[in-house]
Design a protein around this ligand. Structure first.
Ligand code: AMP
Ligand code: ZN
Length: 129
């Protein structure tokens, strides 16, 4: 990996966790999955913020997100996905190496899934109430 850091869990990831790999990015199974198939798409370059990547690296990351999604559809037949990233400590980022969460969702996995990522701010999430 480029700019490896000893402390970063993604720069030191074990091969067994890697599900797909390209020239600039790789996909790993999340170590603490919130759903069956929860996968992280990670650039090889160790940077905290998506926009520190060159545009072609951002696009390559997104290409891999699409491939991961297709693979998860085949593997687990989920009913939906939450796809996104936490940008910064205030937004909840806990690993300072960019990663896109690809979270398969299944009918009935929570009592009421409405709002999805709006639940990062629980008090404001249910705008329909
Ligand atoms: P975030 O809070 O958006 O930075 O997400 C960090 C993600 O990394 C979480 O979903 C964790 O479950 C995952 N994670 C943390 N450490 C490891 C690790 N050693 N191997 C695989 N996934 C990890
Ligand atoms: Zn790293």
């Amino acid at each position: 990996m480029e700019s490896q850091t000893n402390k970063c869990p993604f720069c030191t990831i074990e091969d067994g966790f890697v599900v797909l790999m390209t020239e600039t990015a790789f996909a790993i199974k999340d170590g603490y999955p919130v759903s069956k198939g929860h996968t992280l798409v990670v650039p090889r370059k160790h940077v905290a913020n998506l926009f520190e990547l060159a545009r072609h690296e951002q696009l390559a990351l997104w290409d891999l997100v699409e491939r991961v999604r297709e693979r998860l559809v085949e593997e687990h037949q989920p009913d939906g996905f939450n796809i996104g990233l936490n940008d910064g400590l205030a937004a909840g980022q806990t690993v300072p190496h960019v990663h896109v969460h690809v979270i398969p969702r299944y009918n009935g996995d929570v009592p009421d899934p409405r709002g999805g990522i709006r639940w990062v701010v629980p008090a404001k999430a249910p705008y329909w109430e």
